[in-house]
Design a protein around this ligand. Structure first.
Ligand code: ZN
Length: 151
């Protein structure tokens, strides 16, 4: 496990880089994946941040909001389509929040990060499992590595 405990300021961005942000996060406290229709179909892997811990650095004019509600805004980059973060307001989880797309954090080592699997599908948000993330891409492309899969 290489995950550092404590809050660190991370940078993140969409694929094309038009949208850039930074967020103060403690990845060791856990990230989440959920089985609701949105998260499962989009492959969302997120971590919550308080409003004070999120700063949009660039791209405010490039954001489009698709399928959004006040409880869960889904801002996407209008150029590359990536949802680098979400934003919403749900009293049950403490009010206004940002949800960072963990996959959009730049240059971060996610090995050992706890991933909580939540039951959003049945609206219970029960924690079904916690798994420490193992990055299968580490070492991919290293000299001597042979491709295991071909189309
Ligand atoms: Zn983009």
């Amino acid at each position: 496990m290489t995950t550092t405990q404590g809050t660190t300021t991370y940078r993140g961005s969409c694929r094309c880089g038009a949208i850039r942000f930074e967020a103060d996060l403690d990845l060791s406290r856990g990230t989440s994946q959920c089985n609701c229709s949105y998260c499962s179909k989009s492959g969302w892997w997120g971590i919550l941040a308080r409003p004070d811990d999120f700063r949009l650095l660039a791209g405010a004019d490039e954001i489009v909001r698709l399928g959004s509600s006040p409880a869960a805004e889904r801002p996407r980059c209008r150029i590359c389509g990536i949802e680098a973060f979400g934003h919403g307001d749900v009293p049950e989880i403490g009010g206004e929040y940002y949800a960072i797309n963990v996959r959009c954090l730049d240059g971060v080592d996610l090995e050992g990060v706890p991933v909580k699997y939540l039951d959003g599908k049945h609206d219970t948000w029960a924690e079904l499992a916690v798994v420490l993330y193992t990055d299968p891409f580490v070492g991919a492309g290293a000299p001597g590595a042979k491709p295991a899969w071909k189309p």
